[in-house]
Design a protein around this ligand. Structure first.
Ligand code: HEC
Length: 194
């Protein structure tokens, strides 16, 4: 009797263990969980999605040029094609779009439990984590930026622009009234040259 219930417990135990194992693997293909509160309000610093210098610095971090202890490309591949089994494939834009900038940043900072993706916050400053992300997104989401208000990835040039008001397509905004030129006069693009 005693032995039987012990065996029963063992069976129940291992079934539970196996199920938990499956759930763990499924988590990798399903949508990413939401960022925890400490990360939910963290976002890419203004202007960085479009900043070629930031992206170039991110590349150096990603490839281990800046710090050989941090080499994202040793698993994720220099061209975004994973070289280690199970590493996230950043070329799959449709999937990477499911990550907000906060979730992405959280994962880089804290890692993904039970996978080879470890926490990088002790090796990378916050700024360096954002730079790495600005570069990483060029594999599958090149030219796109995460728009916090829209909760979606949009072309960099449309970042922060409100959706056009319905019924007034192409209509110019009414003048502010004080006659001053709007602050948003297109800036000289001299910095953007390659
Ligand atoms: C030792 C191998 C390895 C290294 C080095 C590595 N990663 Fe990962 N990374 C992984 C694996 C494996 C996953 C997939 C985790 C999963 O199944 O969700 C992953 C996932 C990710 C994800 C997606 C998170 C998610 O929820 O799936 C991001 C973003 C990421 N890595 C960024 C980085 C950055 C940035 C670096 C360098 C600072 C880096 N990784 C270094 C193995 C690695």
């Amino acid at each position: 009797m005693k032995l039987k219930s012990l065996v029963g417990l063992l069976i129940i135990g291992s079934v539970g263990f196996l199920t938990a194992g499956c759930a763990e693997e499924q988590e990798s293909t399903g949508p990413p969980p939401p960022a925890p509160p400490e990360y939910a309000d963290k976002h890419m610093p203004a202007g960085w999605w479009a900043d070629e210098k930031i992206i170039a610095e991110g590349k150096e971090i990603f490839e281990g040029v800046k710090n050989i202890d941090v080499n994202c490309s040793s698993c994720h591949g220099k061209d975004g094609k994973p070289v280690k089994a199970g590493a996230r494939d950043f070329r799959k834009g449709e999937r990477m779009k499911l990550y907000s900038d906060s979730v992405w940043f959280w994962r880089i900072s804290e890692g993904v439990p039970n996978t080879k993706m470890k926490a990088w916050k002790s090796k990378l400053s916050e700024e360096d984590r954002w730079k790495a992300m600005a570069y990483e997104r060029t594999f599958g989401l090149k030219g796109l930026a995460y728009d916090v208000a829209k909760k979606d990835w949009v072309p960099v040039a449309e970042l922060g622009k409100a959706a056009p008001a319905a019924g007034a397509p192409g209509e110019a905004k009414p003048a502010a009234g004080d006659g001053k030129a709007p602050a948003a006069t297109p800036a000289k693009e001299d910095k953007k040259g390659k």
